[in-house]
Design a binder for this molecule. Structure first.
Ligand SMILES: Nc1ncnc2c1ncn2[C@@H]1O[C@H](COP(=O)(O)OP(=O)(O)OP(=O)(O)O)[C@@H](O)[C@H]1O
Ligand SMILES: [Mg+2]
Length: 297
């Protein structure tokens, strides 16, 4: 996987400058939302990262490689950047089956027949469309079509996933559900995600992989702190033995792991545990942090 770094990145169309010197470091494995009003340059920025637009100034890194630097005439083409992108209009091809849609990027890059089938099945499984490969897109719901587009981006096992308002065509309920699924899949794969939206709530929820909870032990008596656990830091404890106690709200299977969402008062704490760990919705559970970050408030 890889991080992304923008150094003074600029884009002009003729005399019109639409992106004015962006500096941004996106850490490897993080989920970053680019938020801003219509026309502010979000899509343009994402397309520059993807290599679909050439910047007119600055420097762009993916991992430890400079992929665009107009000052030196340097430009790595999109197919060599190993990124996945889901476009604002998600553009599933209507005349291809679901499996053919997902297989397409593999075929273009010369991956062989037998591997195509297994990787398509794997990608469809990730977005919970296993078994629907033979359907035509018009036999799917809007949310399912959106997930086909996501599978088509995931099938290349990208280092970075670029999502441009991927949920804007969906109703509110589906948006919440799919947003959680995207965040879970990305975390499960340790993938860097750049998520463009003009919706502030969506930006916060998408990048809310880390949850803040009030109260903690192990610091100076009387001090009030906030505690942060990454999902992979929490493990299931026996009754009464952990720092966190709450009711399981949701369990999402991610292959060999499961993401458990635990309601603790006002907050929801997420934990990532092995698929073999017995945990059920509605159950009261105790969790111990192998590691935690404390912040003074
Ligand atoms: N090919 C082009 N030629 C000239 N101007 C362009 C071109 N493409 C985009 N622009 C302008 O660049 C600006 C940024 O466009 P961009 O598509 O990046 O916006 P955005 O932030 O993604 O907006 P939205 O939220 O509406 O999708 C806009 O003002 C747009 O009109
Ligand atoms: Mg846009």
């Amino acid at each position: 996987m890889a991080g992304v770094k923008l150094e003074g990145l600029e884009k002009s169309y003729g005399a019109t400058q639409v992106v004015r010197g962006i500096d941004l470091v996106i850490e490897d494995g993080s989920f970053v939302a680019l938020l801003g009003p219509s026309g502010c340059g979000k899509t343009t920025t994402l397309r520059m990262i993807a290599g679909l637009e050439a910047p007119t100034g600055g420097r762009l890194w993916i991992g430890d490689e400079v992929v665009s630097e107009p000052g030196r005439g340097l430009f790595v083409p999109p197919e060599r950047r190993r990124l996945g992108m889901v476009f604002q209009s998600y553009a599933v091809w209507p005349h291809k089956t679901v499996a053919e849609n997902v297989a397409y990027p593999l075929q273009v890059s010369g991956v062989g027949g037998r591997e195509v089938a297994s990787r398509v099945e794997e990608a469809l499984g990730l977005v919970q469309l296993g078994g629907l490969g033979g359907r035509m897109p018009n036999q799917l719901s809007g949310g399912q079509q959106q997930r086909v587009a996501l599978a088509r981006a995931l099938v290349m096992r990208p280092r970075v996933l670029l999502l441009d308002e991927p949920l804007s065509n969906l109703d509110a309920h589906l948006r919440v559900e799919l947003r959680q699924q995207i965040a879970s899949i990305a975390r499960g794969l340790g993938m860097t995600v750049v998520y463009v939206t003009h919706d502030q709530e969506e930006a916060l929820a998408g990048s809310g992989a880390e949850v803040w909870v009030g109260g903690a032990s192990g610091v100076t008596a009387g001090a009030e702190v906030e505690v942060m656990w990454r999902p992979s830091w929490l493990e299931l404890a026996s009754e009464g033995a952990g720092e966190v106690c709450g009711v399981v709200e949701e369990v999402v299977y991610l292959g060999d792991q499961q993401e458990v969402r635990v309601r603790v008062g006002e907050a929801v704490v997420k934990a990532l545990v092995g698929a073999e760990v017995p945990v059920a919705r509605g159950e009261t559970t105790w969790w111990r942090g192998r590691e935690a970050r404390l912040f003074g408030v």
